[in-house]
Design a protein around this ligand. Structure first.
Ligand code: HEM
Length: 279
């Protein structure tokens, strides 16, 4: 199969890993991992909708600060507060949009929805990235410079991958488009993964390496790891599917099972400690 070949719009993408046992394991592990991501991101979405939407839409912006934030609402800073408001409103749009984009049944049965949702997803991703850069460097919302550089690198990766995903889709190179879209999803999910990663690590390692001012070794690792770890795992999955090497398929399947455990522990932790106490 020529990987660069193009497909008519309605044709589902080929299942590159169907057919033998290692590939079936890889597919099952990937489905399990997407399910764990789906549940974890639904918890994040629930928190955004239940906490930020009512406070923001009511105009009760000082309420944001009931939750520990770096800046949140600042008296007299209309522009900064407006950017924050737009950011949290769009955070729900992108989280919901990304999850719907990954469901194969929606992709294959309702291609028009997939295309429109994809356009909205890419535009929202770019807006969040640019707005986030302004919050960090314009408003000065950061605790450490390493953290600020890490999240800025994430914003640049979002912009680059959104562009590459859009370009390959325009050129109808759907195999490449699927790969860029998966990479985009990985970096867009970085902010969620950072929260889940903190919680999983805090539970597993008792908070070792987490500094009081977010300046410990783990803080510096996660500042870049929030993008690089999901991206590396996504890449391993893409390559295992493309090469169809038995050992690689088993190896990546095992890696994805570990991811399911980390995501499950981290998501429950994030819900219990970071999100539900403020609802
Ligand atoms: C693309 C997906 C993104 C989502 C879903 C997202 C989501 C959120 C949410 C929910 C908050 C509220 C804080 C909280 O309750 O935890 C927030 C705050 C913030 N975000 Fe994002 N964000 C994204 C991307 C970015 C990017 C790329 C940057 C920076 C370049 C960024 C910078 C910020 C900053 C500076 C704050 C304020 C934090 C504070 O005051 O404590 N975000 N984001």
């Amino acid at each position: 199969m020529n990987q660069a070949s193009t497909f008519p719009r309605e044709t589902p993408l080929p299942d590159l890993c169907a057919g033998n046992r290692s590939r079936r394991w890889l597919n099952r592990a990937a489905q399990g991992c997407f399910a764990a991501i789906g549940i974890g991101q639904l918890l994040f979405l629930t928190f955004i909708l239940a906490f930020y939407y009512p406070t923001t839409l009511r105009g009760d912006w000082a309420e944001w600060n009931r939750k520990p934030l770096i800046d949140g609402f600042r008296e007299g800073d209309f522009t900064g507060n407006l950017f924050f408001a737009a950011h949290v409103i769009l955070a729900a749009v992108i989280t919901a949009g990304g999850l719907m984009q990954l469901v194969p049944a929606i992709r294959n049965r309702v291609p028009t929805f997939h295309r429109w949702n994809g356009r909205i997803y890419m535009m929202t991703a770019a807006t969040l990235a640019v707005g986030g850069l302004w919050l960090v460097w314009g408003r000065g919302t950061y605790v450490t410079v390493v953290g600020a550089v890490g999240i800025s690198a994430n914003a640049l990766a979002i912009l680059a991958f959104a562009g590459l995903s859009w370009r390959s889709s325009r050129a109808r190179r759907f195999v490449q488009h699927r790969r860029w879209a998966l990479r985009l999803f990985a970096v867009v999910s970085a902010v969620w993964f950072m929260r889940v990663g903190y919680m999983a690590w805090a539970i597993a390692a008792g908070g070792a390496g987490i500094g009081k001012s977010m300046d410990g070794p783990f803080d510096f690792f996660i500042a870049f790891g929030n993008s690089l770890v999901p991206l590396a795992i996504t890449e391993a999955y893409i390559q295992a599917q493309a090469r169809q090497h038995e050992l690689a398929c088993y190896g990546v399947a095992a890696l994805l099972v570990i991811c399911v455990l980390v995501i499950a522990v981290g998501s429950v932790g994030a819900w219990l400690m970071m999100w539900s106490p403020y609802l």
